[in-house]
Design a binder for this molecule. Structure first.
Ligand SMILES: Cc1cc2nc3c(=O)[nH]c(=O)nc-3n(C[C@H](O)[C@H](O)[C@H](O)COP(=O)(O)OP(=O)(O)OC[C@H]3O[C@@H](n4cnc5c(N)ncnc54)[C@H](O)[C@@H]3O)c2cc1C
Length: 478
């Protein structure tokens, strides 16, 4: 703990955003970096409180990758940035991803948050890794031995990337298979550039490639490449294919044109920005349209920010849950989680938000295109309140209500793999082993729709389990 009285002397200060009117003109990231002096002062607010809930105590809450937050806060306060990135990389392969898009459970768990505002952990994490890239401190870490074992990883999202990087550094031959044209999973095609510029992924791909990982893009395992053939060619396979089956809203009028899943809409803009010149069979654009986004989470926010940048006339977001209180109740403590109204940067850019709303009918015009939503307010038990019906104009409806499970057809079906009660691939979090010989699983494919930080954790832990299985022991961290 660098400065004993830091938290008494310094108020929380966090990154600010460029003005909304400015940033919606393009798809670039828009946070304004804090100056070094401010970052060091912010790091001095860390109390090194003795029980660092931020770092995650016994899996209760806090950082899923167990970032050693009090340690690197102290290093930043002292200006020991190079030591700080070493510490950060010891628990997290990709802090530039989490430093940008993690909802930061570490900050909600910060002891200072009980009576004050939490330490700006996420911004400090991001500054450490950005500085390290800028100064050339991040280099490939090549293994100095070869085990002769060959591992195939299916899916190149954060879980597959983390698993592959851990395993190549343990001396294995690693092949990463991806059905899309580029590596990155939802980091690449789901999350918009204004939240995560794709150069951050590209830079890691170069590092991973220099470490020896062999990338196979445009290979759909279970379709282009039989998983059984894959089994013959590898000593172990990790399935990190995500949870791609979206939740539908099968109500009257669902088949009208203009009603799409979020993940039909968002990848198109990411591909346009990334110069992937694919001809879309049906181009989905919000320009000049009244857009309604159904679903209040991260995906919904990404649809809002993208629609606004495309030039939507209006964007309305519907959420079935009631509106949370403006301030969290600090007296609500673990195991309960205090609810608080949060406004994402995209919501800030200009959207109407409606809570406790259920959509009952989509109405269309003579051409078969959606024109209106018939909605009703619901009570806390989600029961419709008679007399509260209203209608909303809509030319484009984006369904952002989450994902139900991995896609079963193809790879998982061919393997006849055992699923859990939610239709995710069954495996525990010690061994990550599936019901199939030589096959492991990690990330959203195992735990269901989740977060990037959880995917990184699972990829790392799964890599350790595979290394231990193949070699009899492992030095990879837990
Ligand atoms: C729009 C959106 C916004 C989000 N925003 C955030 C956020 O701000 N912060 C956050 O923490 N989380 C966010 N999430 C959640 C986060 O992106 C996921 O939890 C995380 O990416 C899961 O990682 P994963 O590696 O398990 O799977 P994914 O990232 O889904 O990657 C799986 C990869 O496997 C590939 N694949 C699947 N099957 C096959 C096959 N048979 N053969 C070859 N390849 C295959 C897919 O093409 C994909 O590239 C968001 C999710 C969405 C949809």
């Amino acid at each position: 703990m660098g400065k004993v009285t830091g938290f008494l002397e310094v108020d929380r200060q966090d990154r600010k955003y460029r003005p909304a009117a400015d940033r919606v003109r393009n798809y670039k990231e828009f946070f304004i970096e804090l100056p070094e002096e401010t970052l060091r002062a912010q790091a001095s607010r860390c109390m090194d409180c003795g029980i660092p809930f931020c770092h995650d105590v016994k899996g209760i809450k806090g950082c899923p990758v167990n970032n050693q937050i009090p340690d690197w806060n102290d290093m930043v306060y002292r200006g020991e940035w190079r030591q700080a990135i070493k510490d950060l990389h010891s628990t997290n392969n990709f802090p530039e991803f989490t430093g940008r898009i993690c909802p930061a459970p570490c900050e909600s768990s910060c002891t200072l948050n009980i009576t004050d505002s939490p330490v700006t952990i996420k911004s400090i994490e991001c500054a450490i890794v950005d500085k390290a890239w800028k100064n050339g401190w991040i280099q490939p870490q090549k293994a100095n031995h070869s085990t002769g074992k060959k591992i195939g990883v299916v899916g190149s999202g954060p879980a597959g990337m983390a698993a592959a990087q851990q395993l190549i550094r343990a001396g294995h031959e690693v092949h990463l298979y991806e059905k899309n044209g580029k590596i990155g999973g939802l980091l690449r095609y789901g999350i918009p550039d204004f939240k995560l510029d794709k150069q951050h992924i590209d830079r890691r791909i170069t590092q991973m490639s220099d470490e020896g990982i062999i990338f196979h893009t445009d290979v759909h395992v279970g379709v282009d490449f039989s998983v059984k053939k894959m089994l013959d060619k590898h000593d172990a396979i990790i399935l990190a294919g995500g949870a791609e089956k979206p939740r539908d809203l099968p109500i009257q009028g669902r088949n009208f044109n203009g009603i799409h899943y979020a993940m039909d809409f968002l990848p198109q803009q990411n591909k346009r920005n990334g110069g992937e010149k694919e001809q879309f069979s049906k181009e989905i654009l919000a320009s000049g349209k009244n857009v309604v986004v159904i679903g209040g989470g991260d995906t919904g926010s990404d649809c809002i920010g993208t629609s606004i940048r495309q030039g939507a006339i209006s964007v309305t977001q519907l959420e079935i849950m009631p509106q949370p209180p403006m301030k969290e109740n600090k007296l609500v403590t673990w195991p309960n989680w205090p609810l608080k109204m949060r406004t994402s940067s995209s919501q800030e850019e200009g959207t109407e938000r409606e809570f406790s709303v259920m959509t009952q009918i989509f109405e269309g015009d003579g051409d078969g295109s959606v024109k209106k939503l018939h909605c009703i307010k619901v009570d806390k038990d989600f029961k419709p309140i008679p007399g509260s019906e209203f209608q909303l104009k809509a030319d484009l409806v984006l369904l952002a209500m989450g994902f139900v499970s991995p896609i079963y057809d193809g790879m998982l079906e061919d393997l006849n793999i055992t699923l859990d009660s939610k239709n995710n691939v069954l495996a525990d979090t010690v061994n990550y082993k599936t019901s199939c010989e030589k096959i492991w699983t990690a990330g959203d494919m195992r735990r269901g729709q989740s977060l990037v930080v959880w995917a990184i954790r699972e990829g790392r832990q799964c890599a350790r389990a595979v290394d231990e299985y193949l070699m009899g022991s492992t030095l990879l961290p837990r």
